[in-house]
Design a protein around this ligand. Structure first.
Ligand code: TXA
Ligand code: MG
Length: 319
């Protein structure tokens, strides 16, 4: 069992002895360790059961700290950093050698983020190294948005989870980089495409899906609950699965046709921010309930609806 608490000093002590600690951020909870220490990094992969070809995001508290371990920041990426850090934005930046290949899986760029959460920012200020941290879920499962999620799934393998309450964004960060002057989004996330385009103009979107992607979190099966998830017209899906216990994940008003269908509403008033916060929580809650299938329909593809649809699609994928 991991201890859950909000004591930065305890978290700091574990991190300084190269142990892995659960940390809150505004997006999802992370599994953090000293980004400058390969033993600590290896422990992250071990605890998460994560393949080492999947690189880690490095978290710090100030752009001046970022400059200490990247070689340069493209002006457009700098504009994004200035607009959205601290926040749900990860930038892929050319790394210095102080960032080991274990962190980047041998890639030349390192993913960097300044998270927007007072506890983690204070912790980062109090230590002399940045923190490498993937989401604190077992590889392939839904990301945790509360300290208790981390404890439940990884508690037997770590000592401490720093509890910063429920995550305010609920979706992982949007990952952005630059190639030949073009700004590219590699993972959709808690910062919307339109917010990014308001700062740097038109971006391209390259969500990698191959077995050796530039952003392997983009593997097709990801963020997946254990209960099978089907996506489509809800009324149709209720008919198709009428012999099963159904959990329906809905957005806006929906009246189920089957009286036994359990409904969870991402946002009754169709608010995308609220839906993002609820998405992973509800998938988890369904997973813990006695149901056979989860059904959901895509949200309108605007604002955070685009990133939410991406997560739904990956959660539904079955190989
Ligand atoms: O919101 C978030 O980004 C959370 C919190 C904890 O910060 N972190 C997170 O980490 O979602 P993770 O490891 O679950 O997902 C990070 C994604 C992975 O798909 C990884 O492949 C990609 O970022 N990534 C990290 N470093 C990269 C790099 N150098 N080049 C390409 N992709 C990278
Ligand atoms: Mg993850």
């Amino acid at each position: 069992m991991a201890q859950i608490g909000n004591d930065i000093q305890i978290a700091k002590q574990f991190l300084e002895t190269n142990e892995v600690v659960g940390i809150p951020t505004e997006t999802v909870y992370g599994l953090a360790a000293n980004a400058f220490n390969d033993v600590a990094i290896a422990e992250i992969f071990e605890v998460k059961n994560r393949p080492t070809f999947d690189p880690l995001i490095v978290h710090t508290h100030h752009i001046d700290e970022v400059r200490k371990f990247v070689t340069n920041i493209h002006p457009k990426l700098l504009a994004l950093a200035e607009a959205f850090w601290p926040g749900p934005l990860t930038l892929l930046l050319p790394k210095q050698t102080s960032i080991s290949n274990l962190v980047t899986s041998g890639l030349d760029r390192v993913g960097v983020r300044i998270p927007n959460h007072p506890l983690i920012l204070n912790l980062l200020k109090s230590i002399s190294f940045p923190l490498a941290a993937p989401s604190a879920n077992p590889f392939g499962y839904i990301s945790p948005t509360q300290a208790i999620h981390v404890e439940k799934q990884l508690g037997s393998k770590i000592s401490y989870v720093l509890d910063g309450g429920a995550c305010e964004v609920g979706l992982e960060s949007t990952i952005v980089g630059e190639e030949h002057g073009q700004i590219i989004i590699y993972r959709l996330g808690g910062l919307s495409i339109s917010d990014i385009e308001n700062v740097v103009g038109k971006v391209s979107i390259e969500l990698n899906q191959s077995s050796n992607p530039k952003a392997p979190g983009q593997l097709k099966s990801h963020y997946a609950p254990k209960v099978p998830l089907f996506i489509g017209d809800l009324a149709e899906l209720e008919k198709t699965h009428s012999d099963k216990k159904i959990g329906a994940l809905v957005f806006g008003k929906y009246v189920p046709t089957n009286k036994n269908t359990v409904v969870k509403n991402l946002s009754l008033h169709e608010n995308f921010t609220e839906a993002a916060v609820n998405l992973f929580n509800y998938l988890r809650e369904f997973d813990d309930m006695d149901i056979d299938v989860i059904i959901a329909d895509y949200l309108p593809p605007i604002h955070l609806g685009i990133a939410i649809n991406d997560r739904l699609k990956r959660a539904a994928w079955r190989i």
